[in-house]
Write a protein that binds this ligand. Structure first.
Ligand SMILES: Cc1cc2nc3c(=O)[nH]c(=O)nc-3n(C[C@H](O)[C@H](O)[C@H](O)COP(=O)(O)OP(=O)(O)OC[C@H]3O[C@@H](n4cnc5c(N)ncnc54)[C@H](O)[C@@H]3O)c2cc1C
Length: 358
């Protein structure tokens, strides 16, 4: 007897015979940027079998302490409402700077003491970059632009939620393949569109663009050490800049029950670091908060380097193949690229992405 074609069979038929002629997208890198891109493509109605993802791991820097706040903007709100579909609240971001043994509200402290502010910024730059080359005031969250900064606080792990949705569509979507210039060259010929989110270097090598001071990229490491504390949300600020050279770290992020400490050129002297963190925390809390030892190994973020390229340079932009979209801090090689910028860019490519919808 003739067996009716089920919906599933029909879809299978479509994918097998027509799918092969569908336009294909490669997403390179599956950190926060790659994950957000795939989720956005799916939300537009692009089929999962049109997308191939290549990445060394899932989550990238996010797993190691990168991405702490989601800046509230028109677009990030829209992305949560329409794409991720997760509840959230909007709160003020409270920052501070530790100067002269005291905590001062950041960025307000800099507005009133502009000259001191400039000096502090320079010191912070020197501490984190070793020379004043390329100094710019954006190194501590641009204090002149970040007035009344608001953040989105999601009601859950928004990255995991996007990953789960992608897994539901196809749990084998990520191919664990490191991408170098050679592989990239083949991909540029093979795919109709490449969403490139990994560091810019393999692409520049391929295009013969001078990759600047490669050693900066190789050696500039950022270590994040996590310390548990014995009090829940003990302070009014969430991040604290520490520009003083008396401390080996330059920034502390206070989470409900732990502190992440950012260090350049970390030494292995863990007990000295613990002492320094305790000293600041004791000053702030009058000894009421204990910094507990950390059993986790330190988390090292390998990139961060000195952002060398100016991708607004028209001649460089001209060389990027027109089926390649650069997306994210390391692909655009621009330290100012945060998740809100990624989301804005994704929305700006909507029309291009929609040409892949069948
Ligand atoms: C300490 C720190 C704090 C930050 N805080 C914030 C914040 O509060 N708010 C904010 O919006 N942004 C923040 N950022 C900036 C940025 O949003 C985050 O760094 C974000 O996690 C970057 O995600 P990404 O996907 O672009 O890159 P990555 O997380 O680096 O992901 C890249 C992915 O590509 C893979 N990959 C790399 N090279 C290759 C290769 N050759 N072949 C194949 N795969 C490869 C990696 O394994 C990884 O999975 C912060 C950054 C840092 C370092």
């Amino acid at each position: 007897m003739f067996k009716p074609v089920t919906h599933q069979c029909y879809r299978h038929f479509l994918y097998k015979y027509i799918g092969e002629t569908m336009k294909k997208i490669a997403v390179i890198g599956f950190g926060v940027t790659g994950i957000s891109a795939v989720k956005y493509l799916l939300s537009l109605g692009i089929k999962i079998n049109q997308i191939d993802v290549f990445s060394k791991d899932v989550g990238g820097e996010y797993n190691k302490g990168g991405l702490k706040y989601i800046l509230h903007t028109f677009n990030t709100e829209k992305f949560f409402d329409d794409v991720i579909k997760m509840d959230y609240v909007i709160e003020r971001v409270n920052g501070a700077v530790f100067v002269g043994g005291f905590v001062h509200p950041f960025p307000e402290f800099f507005w009133y003491e502009r000259e001191i502010g400039d000096e502090i910024q320079k010191r912070y730059w020197l501490k984190t970059r070793k020379s004043l080359d390329g100094f710019d005031t954006g190194c501590m969250n641009e204090p002149w632009n970040y007035k009344n900064q608001l953040k989105i606080v999601p009601d859950g792990d928004f990255i995991q939620s996007m990953v789960n949705d992608i897994w539901n569509a196809n749990q084998y979507i990520v191919k664990k393949q490191p991408i170098d210039s050679e592989v990239l060259a083949e991909m540029i010929n093979k795919y109709d569109l490449i969403i490139y989110t990994i560091p810019i270097h393999p692409l520049f090598n391929l295009l013969g663009i001078d990759s600047g001071k490669q050693e900066h990229y190789e050696s500039a490491k950022l270590t994040i050490q996590r310390f548990q504390i014995n009090k829940h949300k003990p302070f009014w600020f969430e991040y604290l800049y520490v520009p003083s050279f008396d401390y080996s770290f330059h920034r502390m992020d206070f989470k409900p029950s732990f502190i992440d400490v950012e260090i350049n050129d970390s030494s292995d002297d863990y007990s000295q670091l613990h002492q320094q963190v305790s000293k600041i925390v004791n000053t702030l809390s009058h000894g009421k908060v204990n910094v507990l030892h950390n059993t986790n190994p330190s988390m090292t973020i390998n990139i961060k380097g000195q952002i060398k390229y100016d991708l607004t340079d028209y001649q460089i932009l001209e060389k990027i193949p027109n089926n390649v979209v650069l997306l994210g801090r390391y692909a655009e090689w621009n330290k100012r690229v945060t998740w809100d910028k990624v989301v804005s860019r994704l929305f700006s490519y909507k029309k291009l992405f929609e040409t892949f919808v069948y």
